[in-house]
Design a binder for this molecule. Structure first.
Ligand code: THU
Length: 138
């Protein structure tokens, strides 16, 4: 699975986006260490705050199926009917990624399978808050 294929999986997942309120459709594809790809789309709600982003859909699907270790994520998004563009993950999604992925986790933002900009989670969420901060001190 190369990054181009991961972007293609994200594009396909975007086709299932449920975004009747924002009309902004997002697809994500998450690559687990064992090679499995978990896809996600955004799923909105009439109670707007109940919407979930594509990235978290993919992560929660993966974790709920027993995966915990991941290497990369591809994201594509755009208003419905428009060509996809680089769509940076929101802050909440970055934080949820940091729960399971280290700073070298790769994030591909694409405007097509041939136009991919690559970041690491460390670049997109430096100084992440983590569970280590919650540990009891002696
Ligand atoms: N959205 C995502 O799915 N991922 C992002 O990284 C940014 C935002 C969704 C949430 C909402 O359904 C719509 O895009 C507009 O914010």
């Amino acid at each position: 699975m190369d990054k181009r294929q991961l972007v293609e999986a994200a594009l396909a997942a975007r086709g299932n986006a449920y975004a009747p309120y924002s009309h902004f459709q997002v697809g994500a594809a998450l690559l687990a260490e064992d090679g499995t790809v978990y896809t996600g789309c955004n799923v909105e709600n009439a109670s707007y705050g109940a919407a979930i982003c594509a990235e978290r859909t993919a992560l929660v699907k993966a974790v709920s199926q027993g995966a915990r270790r991941f290497t990369a994520l591809a994201v594509v998004g755009s208003r419905e009917g428009q060509a996809v563009e680089e769509t940076p993950p929101c802050g909440i999604c970055r934080q949820v990624m940091a729960e399971f992925c280290g700073p070298s986790f790769r994030i591909f933002l694409a405007s097509s399978p041939d136009q991919i900009v690559e970041y690491t989670l460390g670049q997109l969420l430096p100084e992440a808050f983590s569970g280590e901060a919650l540990a009891e001190r002696k």
